[in-house]
Design a protein around this ligand. Structure first.
Ligand code: ATP
Ligand code: MG
Length: 329
């Protein structure tokens, strides 16, 4: 049986990018593999969340995992910091991670550009901790969105290097996974870039129908094409990209044909897109309400998840320590 690992940072509400890039695939994969899905609270510390919000965000992520359909009796669901073994593996892996390659990571360079006031070592070492998350359970597959592709390459590089240095075949070369298709990128509806928690442009699983309609109707568009088959400006291409992911194929084809014939009405397109989003989100939101009320259940899920994740982590660490020459007396 293959092993699958992935996580989401509790940096805010889970949005449609997280859902279509990651969470939906977690749910699909849970019955076919040995799955570990965690809430990456250590990772969220790189951007200094307010301690008053962190716990609530972890709980929110858990509720949303469960409401989206993850089954804790099938998949192992845990909070990253409940399995502190990951920090030891991260330390051990960091001995073979070079500063140069960490500094060249695209996400690190982008963080420097956007937040020059907060360039901390945790941010620099993010790809190492992420490799530790994945290699802790020796994952074959990692369901993630397009934005994580480079981090996965780094994870593979660290694993390969470890095996080479110690002359072993122990750490796997974990692959980013989307059922054989390209990794998903859900763009934001604000003109450019991805939908993201940090970008503040999310359409959230917790949003009610009216909020969803308002957000979609505000999506950036232009005055429309003037020539048949005109190349799309980025905001329009994004609107179509979102529709392609969320709406039925015939809906997408219909609006694309209209666009190519210079007859598209963006207002109609947005209305349809909002209804198609509501069809995905509303049932999840309804389940969220019921699940979040049952605190004893949430506690039980995490206790059981942490236990299973620790057992798997202990086994990996025992082997990695021994391979590196750290042996019990
Ligand atoms: P943050 O801004 O705090 O980094 P985020 O929105 O990027 O938040 P993450 O928690 O970093 O979300 O990512 C969780 C998962 O969701 C990852 O697998 C990531 O690839 C995926 N993901 C995030 N945004 C998108 C998106 N717009 N499209 C597809 N997948 C996405
Ligand atoms: Mg992110």
């Amino acid at each position: 049986m293959k092993t699958v690992v992935s996580g989401i940072r509790p940096t805010g509400q889970i949005h449609l990018g997280n859902y279509f890039g990651a969470l939906q695939n977690f749910v699909k994969m849970q019955h076919e593999a040995r799955c570990f899905f965690f809430i990456a609270d250590y990772h969220s510390l790189t951007t200094h969340p307010d301690p008053a919000n962190l716990h609530g965000n972890v709980e929110g992520a858990l509720v949303q995992y469960l409401a989206a359909g993850l089954d804790p009796d099938v998949a192992t669901i845990y909070v990253q910091s409940d399995v502190p073994q990951v920090t030891e593996l991260s330390l051990l892996l960091s001995m073979h991670a070079y500063i140069g390659e960490l500094e060249r990571t695209a996400s690190f360079k982008e963080k420097i550009r956007k937040h020059p006031e907060n360039i901390n070592a945790g941010l620099l070492c993010y790809p190492v901790l992420m490799a530790a998350d994945i290699l802790l359970h020796r994952a074959d597959f990692v369901p993630v969105g397009k934005d994580q592709e480079q981090h996965l390459e780094m994870t593979r590089r660290f694993a390969r290097r470890f095996n080479q240095i110690y002359g072993v075949e122990y750490l796997p070369e974990s692959e980013a996974y989307n059922f054989g298709a390209e990794l998903t990128k859900v763009p934001g509806l604000d003109g450019n870039g991805k939908m993201g928690k940090s970008e503040g442009n999310g359409i959230y699983l917790a949003d009610n129908d009216e909020v969803i309609r308002k957000k979609v109707m505000k999506a950036v568009t232009d005055s429309g094409p003037t020539e048949p088959n005109q190349p799309m400006a980025e905001p329009i291409a994004n609107l179509f990209a979102v529709m392609k992911i969320i709406s039925p194929g015939e809906t997408y084809d219909f609006f694309l044909e209209k666009y190519n014939a210079c007859e598209v009405r963006y207002g109609d397109m947005k209305k349809q897109l909002a209804e198609d989003m509501i069809a995905v989100i509303a049932p999840i939101r309804a389940r969220m309400e019921a699940i979040s009320a049952d605190r004893a259940y949430l506690r039980k899920v995490l206790t059981q998840g942490a236990e299973k994740a620790r057992a798997s982590a202990d086994e990996t660490l025992r082997n990695v320590r021994e391979i590196m020459g750290i042996k019990p007396f």
